[in-house]
Design a protein around this ligand. Structure first.
Ligand SMILES: O=c1[nH]cnc2cc3nc(NCCN4CCOCC4)[nH]c3cc12
Ligand SMILES: [Zn+2]
Length: 374
């Protein structure tokens, strides 16, 4: 087995790269989209479904699993792989972002972030060492450092100080899980808010530390699509060419294609699974909402170009009925379809980079997604 952490670039098309990333639970073909399984489950579908739609790697959230059922219990049950019967790679976020967006009464000190549980109000602290220890208990293949994701609009001085602390925390995370330890990987996270000089400083500091990959954090936090793309265009090329680049929390189909064009290799987002549950479905002809009356007696498959179980088996009329009746099957079929849409798009992306036709692919999706706001 090739050493975990090995990242090979197989083809390039402009700044877009097609590659493979080795992990302790197998090889990941990049660019890759990671379905989000916050509480050790990708909501409403099971590991057999994930296999069928050809998901390669899923994301778990450290904060949620630490809170419930507890990382010690997950470790006892064989880590996320044993607990959730998923035998492919898992990436876990470090919990920092969720603490800032979910937990109450937070305080940030050099040692870490203290907070109150959003479930029962009990108080806790995440230090860099604790964040890594939790992810080790979860059996994560790719662990994220504990970082401070500053809110959109944070002023320069605070952002500058924060990125310095995030770098110190990153070093402590690497020290807590040295390179190569039991085949698990640790990724640094670039911060620096929306200031290009601070992004450069954060990237330069983090690249001094031997991470197996680098994430771009602090984006998709309420900024405009143009602001995100501008910061991405500045930051992605700063990161080591021979290491995977991961854009956290992104995004719409067009955000992902634009990210690939700027040299990003890994993505995660709740959009396909969250939108599935409110009836918003991604198709090769744009985004639709299945509850619209026009689908009431439509006998056609949701998306004739999609190979998922929902599109092979049922009509739009049936999918609309299930949604209007709030049948649980609606969540399952809509989720299967939306995730398959994202995963099939990534398959097309990887093929297109290999053939030098990525820009044509991007233009095709833009034609379908420009008008329906992404
Ligand atoms: O700096 C970060 N550090 C560690 N984890 C993150 C996760 C992140 N997730 C988002 N955005 C998620 C935005 N979603 C878009 C769809 O609707 C739900 C929110 N931005 C993120 C930034 C970070
Ligand atoms: Zn489908």
């Amino acid at each position: 087995m090739t050493r975990p952490g090995t990242f090979q670039i197989l083809a390039r098309d402009g700044a877009a790269r097609r590659g493979t990333l080795e992990t302790a639970h197998g090889t990941v073909q990049t660019p890759v989209f990671m379905p989000v399984g916050t509480q050790a489950s990708v909501k409403s579908i099971d590991p057999r479904d994930l296999d069928e739609i050809r998901a390669q790697i899923v994301l778990g959230n450290t904060y949620h699993l630490y809170m419930r059922p507890g990382d010690e219990l997950v470790a006892q049950m064989g880590g996320l792989h044993g607990f959730a019967a998923w035998d492919r790679p898992v990436l876990t976020d470090s919990g920092g972002f969720q603490v800032f967006s979910l937990a109450g009464l937070r305080e940030i000190t050099e040692n870490g972030v203290t907070f109150r549980s959003h479930i029962d109000g009990s108080s806790h602290i995440f230090t860099p060492e604790k964040a890594i220890a939790i992810q080790q208990n979860l059996g994560s293949d790719i662990m994220m450092v504990l970082d401070e994701c500053v809110a959109y609009g944070t002023e320069y001085d605070y952002t500058a100080k924060s990125l310095e602390m995030t770098t110190r925390w990153a070093q402590r995370c690497r020290d807590a899980h040295p390179e190569g330890q039991n085949g698990r990987l640790v990724f640094g996270i670039v911060q620096g808010g929306f200031f290009e000089d601070l992004r450069t400083r954060s990237a330069q500091q983090l690249m001094e530390i031997p991470f197996e990959g680098f994430a771009i954090g602090g984006l998709s936090v309420g900024e405009s699509p143009d602001e995100m793309r501008q910061l991405l265009a500045h930051t992605a090329p700063l990161l080591p060419d021979q290491k995977p680049r991961y854009l956290m929390g992104v995004g719409t189909p067009m955000d992902i294609l634009d990210g690939v064009a700027l040299g990003v290799d890994m993505f995660d987002c709740v959009l396909p699974t969250r939108n599935a549950r409110n009836g918003t479905l991604f198709t090769s002809f744009g985004k639709i909402n299945i509850k619209q009356a026009r689908f009431r007696d439509d006998p056609e498959p949701l998306d004739p170009e999609c190979d998922c179980y929902a599109c092979r088996t049922f009509s739009r009329a049936y999918l609309r009925h299930l949604y209007m009746a709030r049948e649980l099957l609606s969540y399952r079929l809509n989720t299967l379809h939306n995730l398959r849409f994202y995963l099939r798009m990534m398959e097309e992306v990887r093929d297109a980079i290999g053939q030098g036709t990525f820009e044509q692919l991007r233009a095709r999706y833009r034609a379908a997604y420009e008008q329906s706001e992404s």
